[in-house]
Unconditional design. Structure first.
Length: 294
């Protein structure tokens, strides 16, 4: 990991903890806002250490992350939306470079494609943040739903493809892992479309993502050991399965009309599991495994 990204990850972690405990001068945020802020402050710089963007983007990352925090300290409206655009600016460069790579070399190893899709999803999530904080309601969607899109594309859309790509690069040739990577890439946009327009599509996307992350988790178990890297990967693998089971239950409840889980419950359990059980230990585990390699 570069010094800039390492320093940003450590500083972002400290800032997130201060925000989470509500220490002055940081006001307490709602749970969904806290979950989101873990991404720009901690998950993104850690993820970029595995799929490095251009140096300029690494410099913009802490500025954009700080702006994302400030956007939540402001009331929803034009000012908060404008401030949030700084996070979009920090993610736009890597997304543009990723799009060019995909257009120029569409046939590449699946793990390389996963890294590029992660950058694209991250920019989509950053755009959703700006829209949510500005209070814009495209197609009548409430700001909370747009913010959930932002959370979804930062964790399921950014962190999950990165972890899938890291597993695919470390374990080439596994057909089940290739299938899991394909599902991890396809699942987040399907879920997002279904969440917006169709419970049936949402259920299909949740099923694809649940199956794919479960297969990914099972493949990752082969890297489990008593060393720190192996234990972190174990936590990530188990969380991938359990977290997506919750997502599947929510999608089924929406489809069947039974309402098995509501959004606050999903944020509390599925969101926390995906962010701090799957994404953070997974990225840390692959980082540690790289350092442990002879």
């Amino acid at each position: 990991m570069s010094r800039a990204l390492a320093g940003s990850t450590l500083a972002g972690t400290g800032l997130w903890i201060l925000i989470a405990v509500g220490s002055p001068p940081f006001p307490p945020f709602e749970l969904i806002g806290l979950l989101f802020l873990a991404a720009p402050l901690v998950i993104v710089p850690l993820g970029w250490s595995h799929a490095p963007p251009a140096r300029g983007s690494a410099v913009l990352q802490p500025i954009g992350a700080a702006a994302a925090v400030l956007s939540f300290a402001l009331p929803i409206g034009t000012a908060a939306g404008i401030v949030a655009l700084a996070w979009l600016a920090a993610t736009a460069g890597p997304a543009f470079a990723a799009a060019l790579r995909i257009l120029r070399r569409p046939r590449r190893p699946m793990h390389d494609l996963a890294f590029d899709v992660a950058h694209l999803n991250l920019a989509a999530g950053a755009a959703a943040l700006a829209v949510a904080r500005a209070g814009i309601n495209p197609l009548g969607f409430p700001a909370l739903l747009i913010l959930l899109f932002a959370v979804h594309f930062h964790f399921a859309g950014f962190a999950a493809p990165l972890i899938a790509g890291l597993a695919g690069r470390a374990m080439p040739g596994r057909r089940s892992l290739r299938a899991a990577m394909a599902g991890v890439l396809a699942g987040p946009p399907i879920v997002a479309v279904g969440f917006s327009f169709s419970p049936a599509v949402e259920l299909a996307g949740a099923a694809v993502l649940t199956a794919s992350l479960s297969i990914l988790g099972l493949n990752m178990l082969s890297r489990v050991s008593l060393r720190p890297a192996g234990l972190l990967i174990l936590v990530s693998a188990l969380s991938a399965v359990s977290g997506m089971i919750l997502a599947g239950l929510y999608a089924w409840g929406e489809f069947s009309g039974t309402g098995m889980l509501d959004i606050p419950t999903m944020a509390r359990w599925h969101g926390i599991t995906l962010a701090f059980g799957f994404a953070l230990p997974g990225l840390l585990g692959w980082s540690a495994l790289r350092r442990e390699a002879p």
